[in-house]
Design a protein around this ligand. Structure first.
Ligand code: ADP
Ligand code: MG
Length: 226
């Protein structure tokens, strides 16, 4: 599904160069649940952005389904992303003035404009995260854990095959975080590929495969334990 060879990302900051990823080789197969763990600043988010087609690496290459992802135009990459991938972020990124159900409907507008169908699909996604009774609540009328579930519902509403989650439990208490992890696990059991960045070793252990990044280098991959 994903294959990175010699993947390198150097950011330029006021003339100085920061190496965020340093010659990473990595293969991720369809249906895997992979966690990426490592200290803050080690390149985890950078890797996720590159996998998602949102950040062009400065060296090496990355293939998605055997095709070099960054040979495509940004527009076409956005299409590939919209069709295949869902994102979850630590800071939910919900739109504050929209209700829960409107937030979840948002990604559907990008495809077509059958409003009634969008409402149905968004409602079902929110029911699945047990928020069917909070459709009309705005983010600030929801608990933090509920906000993250709205973000999960918004991610699922397009039925992505691949889920890229960046510290999805980072802002949550352990119990609420546990629910989110259960949820990601159940999506993986349905066959979806999950790549989850975390700095929490317990969360990382929930994945079948753990990758460790330190200073942009892949220092551990327990792939062989599979
Ligand atoms: P992590 O998610 O593991 O905390 P990041 O991938 O966000 O790490 O960052 C890796 C390194 O790249 C850090 O040193 C960070 O400061 C740097 N970095 C990240 N994003 C940018 C950017 N847009 N511009 C410049 N440097 C960046
Ligand atoms: Mg990060």
């Amino acid at each position: 599904m994903f294959e990175c060879n010699n993947l390198t990302m150097k950011y330029k900051v006021r003339g100085a160069e920061v190496t965020a990823l340093d010659s990473v080789d990595l293969k991720i197969n369809e249906g895997e649940m992979v966690s990426v763990i490592g200290p803050s600043g080690s390149g985890k988010s950078t890797l996720l952005l590159i996998l998602g087609g949102m950040l062009s690496p400065t060296g090496g290459d990355i293939k998605f389904e055997d095709k070099n992802l960054y040979n495509y135009s940004p527009d076409y990459r956005a299409k590939i992303r919209g069709k295949n991938m869902g994102f979850v972020f630590q800071t939910f990124n919900l739109i504050p003035y929209l209700s829960a159900v409107e937030n979840v409907m948002l990604p559907l507008y990008l495809n077509n404009s059958d409003n009634r169908m969008h409402l149905n699909r968004a409602t079902r996604a929110l029911e699945r995260v047990e928020l069917g009774h909070r459709l009309d609540h705005k983010p600030n009328e929801l608990s933090i854990g509920q906000q993250q579930r709205v973000a999960l519902a918004r991610m699922m509403v397009t039925e992505p095959r691949i889920i890229l989650a960046d510290e999805p439990t980072g802002s949550l208490d352990p119990e609420t975080g546990g629910h989110i992890l259960n949820f990601l696990e159940s999506l993986n059991e349905e066959g979806k590929t999950v790549v989850m960045v975390t700095h929490d070793p317990d969360a990382a252990k929930r994945a079948h495969r753990q990758l460790r990044i330190v200073d942009g280098k892949m220092v551990e991959d327990n792939d062989h334990l599979n």
